[in-house]
Write a protein that binds this ligand. Structure first.
Ligand code: CMC
Length: 402
């Protein structure tokens, strides 16, 4: 009662105050805790930005070393998880496995579940509670790469690899994915750096669909593993994290650059979607798309150019000068170029959304921590609706229905 207009798709609803990530969609600006994404992508690392996003400031050297060693230490999975992964069909989508794996992980750590503990777990100023929270953060970031690599290897019938020591977070991920038992195996440093930059720019993007899902879920005070599993499910969709996979499928369907004009016309007739274009917040190019484009060149110098690159460039150029896209302020988003890099690096197509989840758990956890510790405690997220169904009706037994 009293509510007349529904804000469909939350176009104009702010549900939280946040100090984490700033976006100016008109100007194409993205900052983590005040630092421009371009500076961070050029000079920082994914784990350093993870610390920044979660705790609010760039770490000192000793804070960084402590954070890194805790995250990497928590990458090791209990051996039971191997049986869990082997229970999936040989062709299971890796996102189905990853989503389920995070939910499964929650069962290992009842200490993170307030309903099992019968109390509010997380309080600012209470050391035990903050340490408990940190432990879940280290575990989720550390195990994200391990679970992702397990989802990758199980489909290939390969044995699982224990996280190595002495490698960076991204290096350890590549090791767990690629290692085939060779002696002195080390990931290619250019590819490792490129993936780290991609991880860094995917780490947070304020209240996108998956982060909102994580917070909505966590607002009932469920454990963070269940909330992260919900975030994975949301990210999986083609309008969100599934878009990088959809871009490649679209480029494959277009084929050669000469087919681009016909595809653009089909988009304008609303028969097709130009995946990797458009954004709820950006009304100009997504600043991350420039970083990805630059990173692509570094990767192609090692792997060779992707055969779809020319089609992608033709599509990009055609859309950027077409009235349909200009009028609607549709420009490339982060997903337009990233799939080409993942493909060149040899990742299977359906693994691309996993490469989005691994870094994005950082942003989800930063927002989760901020919400759990917010002044006045957590308020459950319970929006209202405008009811448009029937008025009161009386029940009729089945034989009397016409
Ligand atoms: N291709 C063709 N037309 C489009 C596209 C597109 N990619 N995106 C938006 N439009 C049109 C849309 O049909 C509408 O036209 P009209 O006003 O004539 O009805 C207008 O542009 C406004 O779009 P909207 O759908 O109201 O915008 P939204 O904010 O609700 O949706 C979006 C944002 C990202 C879901 C949408 O742009 C889209 O579907 N893009 C393709 C999928 C994609 O690349 N997703 C990745 C997003 S970035 C990374 C991430 O967050 O995961």
């Amino acid at each position: 009662k009293g509510l007349r207009v529904a804000d469909k798709g939350f176009l104009n609803t702010a549900v939280i105050q946040s100090r984490i990530t700033y976006i100016d969609g008109e100007a194409g600006v993205l900052r983590y805790r005040g630092y421009p994404i371009e500076q961070l992508a050029g000079r920082s690392s994914h784990l350093e930005c993870a610390y920044l996003l979660i705790y609010g400031s760039l770490p000192t050297r000793s804070q960084h070393n402590h954070f890194e060693s805790e995250v990497l230490r928590h990458g090791v999975m209990h051996s039971d998880a191997q049986t869990f992964f082997r229970s999936f069909r040989y062709d299971a989508h890796p996102m189905s496995m990853l989503t389920s794996a995070f939910a499964m992980l929650g069962s290992y750590y009842p200490e993170a579940n307030p309903s099992l503990q019968g109390q509010r777990l997380y309080t600012e100023g209470d050391r035990t509670s903050l340490e408990n929270m940190d432990r879940q953060i280290y575990r989720i970031i550390g195990k994200a790469t391990t679970l992702a690599a397990m989802a990758y290897r199980v489909r290939q019938g390969r044995d699982f690899v224990t996280p190595p020591t002495g490698l960076s977070y991204t290096g350890s991920f590549l090791y767990q994915m690629d290692h085939l038992g060779e002696e002195n195996y080390a990931p290619n440093p250019v590819l490792e750096k490129a993936l780290d930059v991609l991880f860094l720019i995917h780490a947070d993007h304020e209240l996108n669909a998956s982060c909102t899902t994580v917070l909505q879920t966590a607002s009932s005070l469920v454990d963070p593993y269940s909330a992260v599993a919900a975030g994975c499910a949301s990210l999986y969709g083609p309008l969100h994290g599934g878009a990088n996979e959809a871009v490649i499928r679209m480029l494959i369907s277009i084929g050669k650059p000469e087919n681009v004009p016909a595809f653009i016309e089909a988009v304008k007739r609303r028969e097709k979607t130009l995946s990797g274009f458009g954004h709820r917040v950006y009304k100009t190019s997504d600043p991350r798309s420039f970083i990805v484009r630059k990173t692509a060149d570094a990767v192609f110098a090692v792997t060779g150019k992707d055969e779809l690159l020319e089609t992608a460039m033709a599509l990009h150029d055609a859309a950027m000068k077409d009235e349909y896209f200009i009028k609607r302020k549709l420009a490339p988003n982060v997903d337009f170029w990233s799939g080409l890099i993942y493909r060149a690096m040899g990742f299977p197509l359906d693994f691309f959304p996993v490469l989005f989840v691994v870094p994005r758990v950082v942003g989800w956890l930063a927002h989760w921590r901020q919400m759990m510790l917010q002044e006045g405690g957590v308020k459950i997220w319970r929006p209202r609706q405008i009811y448009t169904g029937s008025g009161k009706r009386d029940y009729m037994p089945v034989d009397e229905r016409g």
